[in-house]
Design a protein around this ligand. Structure first.
Ligand code: HPA
Length: 269
């Protein structure tokens, strides 16, 4: 199902990436850091859904970060856009097919834990899937992974330890917490945020979880980084809007770029 996309990408670049990065809403700047860069609009890649969300560039960027070959997805397909689970996870499947074994997922998220602040970065320790479905529903492709994949370390402990060490070296403050995935596109109600806090969520968003499930299915190691673009509904006496989310993404852009540049070369498969 991904073989045409694989052939297409490999026909456009000789770079063979081992690490993949997905950049979330307003967080696309890192892609510009790659050298020997090949940029391919999603719309050009066979089978690849193209994102319609504001703040999402919608391109695959393959290139080098020092000695490391990297594939960056600048923009992702969300379920709330009407994409199916299969479409929302297609990019990760394709990256795996071209050799990627380590994935870093970034996203914009609402802060539920009151210790978090707007603009903070959170390493995802685990997730709660509240999107009502799972990307692995349907016939299993045994050549990719098992029918019932284990998810007890969906976000690599080793990668998180490396990320913490790198953050400390750079003087970047990072938190750690559980990501709850909602379908969206409406933001949560204050009651839903109280519920999410009660069940153990620290941040909330509308992405990442399908991709992480698929990546785990194929045995890829995952790191998740949430950017707290806003405090979740009902915490502050103000409404949530997408502009604030994008604005905060722009605020943390340089920090995130610095973090990813130092971090990626340290992630071994
Ligand atoms: N809720 C859900 N998704 C989000 C939020 C939020 O508050 N902020 C950014 N993405």
């Amino acid at each position: 199902m991904t073989s045409e996309a694989k052939r297409f990408i490999q026909g456009h670049t000789s770079v063979v990436p081992s690490v993949g990065v997905v950049l979330g809403s307003g967080l696309g700047a890192f892609a510009d850091e790659l050298t020997a860069r090949t940029e391919i609009p999603y719309g050009d890649i066979p089978g690849w859904p193209h994102s319609t969300a504001v703040g999402h560039a919608g391109k695959l960027v393959v290139g080098r970060l020092g000695d490391l070959d990297v594939a960056v997805m600048a923009g992702r397909a969300h379920l709330y856009e009407g994409y199916t689970m299969r479409e929302a996870t297609y990019g990760v499947r394709v990256l795996q097919s071209i050799g990627v074994r380590s994935m870093v997922f970034t996203n914009a998220a609402g802060g539920i834990n009151l210790a978090l602040e707007r603009g903070g970065l959170v390493l995802i320790s685990d997730h709660i899937n509240l999107q009502g479905t799972n990307p692995l529903v349907g016939p299993n492709d045994d050549s990719l992974g098992p029918r019932f994949p284990d998810m007890s370390e969906a976000y690599s402990c080793a990668y998180r330890a490396i990320a913490k060490a790198v953050a400390a070296e750079l003087g970047i403050t990072v938190g750690e917490g559980v990501y709850a995935a909602m379908l969206g596109p409406s933001y949560e109600t204050p009651a839903e945020i109280r519920y999410l806090r009660t069940i153990g969520a620290d941040v909330v968003g509308m992405s990442t979880v399908p991709e992480v499930i698929v990546a785990n299915h194929m045995g890829m190691k995952c790191l998740g980084i949430s950017c707290v673009t806003n405090m979740a509904a009902g915490i502050l006496p103000q409404k949530i809007n997408h502009e604030e989310v994008l604005e905060t993404g722009a605020m943390v852009r340089d920090t995130l770029v610095r973090f990813l540049k130092a971090l990626l070369p340290r992630l071994s498969a």
